[in-house]
Design a protein. Structure first.
Length: 317
């Protein structure tokens, strides 16, 4: 399928250098996970949110901390626990007796980067407190809407739901995450470097930001200018259609999932140094974008296996 090449997206040399340096810095903290780091930057540049799911101790929080330190943005971390309340995240209105009115005290969600650590250890009501913030970049407390700072980026980590003390995220919240990725065990050389090297937390604490708020917003505008041709859009639509009739899928992908896939593919193409999207970009991102949005049937495999099956079933014209 030929790709039409339009005018380049407005990415300056300074932006490209900063983006390259940012990825290199994060890769220096999270060893041997270059693909996963690139996916994290895809979520950031696509104006989406990132869900990192894996077993404890494999670097989920390290990746989140490394990314936040590299961005140089206002950062807050919330450790989700079984007794966490929605007001602990979004904030609360407190009556000021002297002023004779309620004053809003913002919660940690009022940050550029929010790390929701072990999000599935909180009950569903608390998990849902993030829904409006993630979707609309605002929160509503006592009937008053408060805008969140821009850019706003949620990095959530979660443990597999078969571990004790965890609550599965509702489908409506999973859909708010642009990408879900897993890290897996490090390869031998990376693990040896981790065991014999300095503590990752100390290294990250010494990190110098390579990006800022204006850089992120400018890069996001550049992503919007990356071209996706009609044939590419038709390919994405074919994947959506296939997902709704594939064996083992109870609920297929929505149009919003297709929009998310195209946004992510544009960012992925830009990170590859291109100003147009190729089918290979869509294929590289289909499972991270689609797997957590697919609802398997009772006897089907997990979302990742279904996503790979759907991808194989749709030819590239």
């Amino acid at each position: 399928m030929p790709a039409a090449i339009h005018e380049p997206a407005m990415l300056t040399d300074r932006d490209q250098d900063a983006l390259t340096a940012a990825q290199a810095q994060v890769n220096g903290f999270v060893l041997g996970k270059a693909h996963e780091v690139r996916l994290a930057f895809v979520a950031l540049l696509s104006d989406g949110h990132l869900l990192i799911e894996d077993l404890p101790g494999l670097g989920k929080t390290t990746l989140a901390h490394a990314l936040a330190a590299t961005l140089g943005l206002g950062f807050q971390r919330v450790q989700f626990t079984s007794d966490l309340l929605p007001s602990d995240i979004v904030g609360v209105s407190i009556f000021d007796a002297q002023a004779r009115r309620f004053e809003f005290h913002p919660g940690p969600v009022f940050a550029n980067v929010l790390l929701a650590d072990e999000i599935n250890r909180a009950p569903p009501r608390t998990q849902s407190a993030l829904l409006e913030a993630m979707a609309e970049h605002q929160v509503t407390v006592d009937g008053t809407t408060h805008r969140l700072p821009e850019p706003f980026f949620v990095i959530a980590t979660q443990n597999p739901v078969d571990l004790s003390g965890t609550y599965p995220l509702p489908d409506s919240q999973l859909d708010r995450f642009l990408l879900r990725l897993t890290l897996g065990y490090p390869h031998e050389d990376a693990e040896r470097a981790l065991l014999s090297g300095e503590d990752r937390r100390e290294l990250i604490a010494q990190a110098m930001p390579t990006l800022g708020a204006e850089d992120v917003l400018r890069l996001r505008r550049a992503v919007a200018g990356v071209h996706a041709g009609e044939a590419l859009v038709a390919y994405v639509q074919a994947l959506l259609g296939r997902s709704r009739h594939a064996a083992g899928v109870r609920v297929g992908l929505s149009p919003r999932a297709g929009i998310a896939l195209l946004r992510a593919a544009r960012a992925y193409a830009m990170l590859q140094g291109r100003n147009h999207v190729l089918p290979e970009d869509v294929q590289a991102l289909f499972a991270p974008v689609a797997a957590h949005r697919l609802v398997p049937g009772s006897e089907a495999g997990d979302g990742a296996a279904l996503a790979e099956s759907i991808l194989r079933g749709v030819p590239v014209d």
